[in-house]
Design a binder for this molecule. Structure first.
Ligand code: F3S
Length: 265
């Protein structure tokens, strides 16, 4: 059988950068605030190298706090400083841009909208930077219900799909005559999704590798499932010979991996 890798797969720029920063600060006294990425194997590897994980700053008395790629609100930087912690900021530059865009819009008197998932840590951090004033819209229904205003500013979660952003923006165009749209979408997610769909159309079985708690990996698996038999696995140990029994020599297996899946997995 032939095994084909998707054209774009695995770690995105922001995650690679965050892991590198964490590794450079592995001194036994550093902790990431929240898991560095949604991949248990990477979190465990970093722990062995000397970078722990805390869920809140209250768990730290000293050392270095590493801000992960999703970013955090401004209050966290202030709290860490007050505690005397060293801050190492691994916020993805694309996320930083979305945060600062939300801040600028709010400070300039725009009613600010974030198009994205309410419970995603990145969206929560963008919200914090908007002076906690932004309205988070997940669905078109919510966009329809937004009341009209003088000045409307729109930013996006970096991983929102262009299609969804466009549909929501179209509805928001009716809500104000003064609209500023800051399309803070990062192309890494869409590149991975498009490459996964393209490959799933050509193969007999797709393997999607990545954390079961990773939203972007789960989304890749859902997209591939629509095209062919798909299995979402975290590690090689989960591979079952049964999946490939009926596959003949000439047939094809496709592989993709979420933006939080390292090459070594
Ligand atoms: Fe950054 Fe895009 Fe990855 S926003 S963390 S490079 S998916």
């Amino acid at each position: 059988m032939e095994v084909i890798l998707a054209e774009y797969l695995g770690f995105c720029y922001g995650v690679k950068r965050a892991i590198k920063i964490a590794e450079e600060n592995a001194d036994g006294k550093s902790c990431t605030l929240g898991p560095i990425i949604h991949n248990p194997q990477v979190v465990e590897k970093l722990r062995r190298e000397g970078v722990g994980t805390v869920d809140s700053l209250q768990e730290m008395e000293e050392g270095t706090v590493i801000i992960r790629s999703h970013g955090v609100g401004p209050q966290v930087y202030k709290d860490a400083e007050l505690k005397g912690l060293k801050i190492v900021d691994a916020t993805c530059p694309h996320v930083k841009k979305a945060q600062l865009s939300a801040k600028e819009l709010s400070e300039s008197g725009y009613k600010t909208v974030i198009v994205g998932e309410k419970n995603h840590p990145e969206v929560k951090s963008i919200f914090e930077w908007s002076n906690k004033e932004a309205i988070i819209l997940e669905t078109e229904e919510e966009a329809k219900q937004l009341s009209s205003c003088q000045k409307l500013g729109i930013v996006s979660q970096t991983t929102v799909s262009s299609e969804r952003f466009k549909r929501i923006v179209e509805l928001l165009l009716e809500k104000s005559n003064n609209i500023k749209i800051l399309r803070t979408i990062c192309i890494a997610t869409e590149q991975r999704q498009a490459a996964a769909i393209e490959l799933a159309e050509k193969v007999d079985v797709m393997l999607v590798i990545g954390g079961k708690n990773s939203a972007n990996t789960t989304r890749l698996a859902q997209l591939c499932e629509e095209k062919c038999q798909t299995y979402h696995i975290e590690t090689a140990e989960e591979l079952s010979p049964e999946w490939f029994k009926k596959i003949e020599k000439k047939e094809k297996i496709g592989i993709t991996a979420g933006a939080s899946t390292p090459d070594w997995i």
